[in-house]
Design a protein around this ligand. Structure first.
Ligand SMILES: [Zn+2]
Ligand SMILES: [Zn+2]
Ligand SMILES: [Zn+2]
Length: 145
């Protein structure tokens, strides 16, 4: 079974109809090997309208097929996720590489914050920005002695 079929079945299992435009959006998403924006998808799926693209991305995010990444410049990107559940990212501001982190490391902080503030905390967003090992090596090699 292809990824496209697997994702379509997941959506249908939740009661969503996988129309041809929606299918085209899913196929375009699965073809992305780096992070992408909703506009990137709009350009790739001429047959799908803006509303369909946004709605489909939202469904894929809810299903955990896609995760959202906030880049350092404030732009919202998406990427095909290997995780399928809540997680954070390492973002290289040198080459733009994004890495999914294994698990959420702030659950204790959230629990403590909830207790001290009286808030029922439903979510949080945390990304780490820096330079990956490859970019650091390059910077060292390129630096004057
Ligand atoms: Zn890098
Ligand atoms: Zn991710
Ligand atoms: Zn978290």
């Amino acid at each position: 079974m292809s990824d496209l079929e697997a994702v379509s079945l997941k959506l249908e299992a939740r009661g969503y109809r996988v129309t041809p435009p929606r299918r085209a959006v899913i196929a375009a998403v699965l073809q992305q090997d780096a992070h992408f924006t909703a506009d990137d998808l709009l350009h790739r799926c001429r047959g799908a309208g803006r509303a369909t693209v946004f709605r489909t991305i939202r469904l894929l995010t809810e299903l955990g097929v896609v995760c959202r990444v906030l880049l350092e410049d404030g732009s919202l990107h998406y990427r095909v996720s290997e995780r399928g559940r809540h997680h954070h990212h390492l973002v290289c501001t040198g080459c733009g590489k994004v890495q999914d982190l294994d698990e959420c490391s702030v659950t204790d902080l959230v629990r403590e914050l909830s207790r001290s503030s009286g808030y029922e905390i439903d979510g949080h967003w945390l990304e780490f920005y820096g330079h990956c090992a490859g970019c650091r090596t390059e910077a060292t090699v390129g630096a004057p002695a």
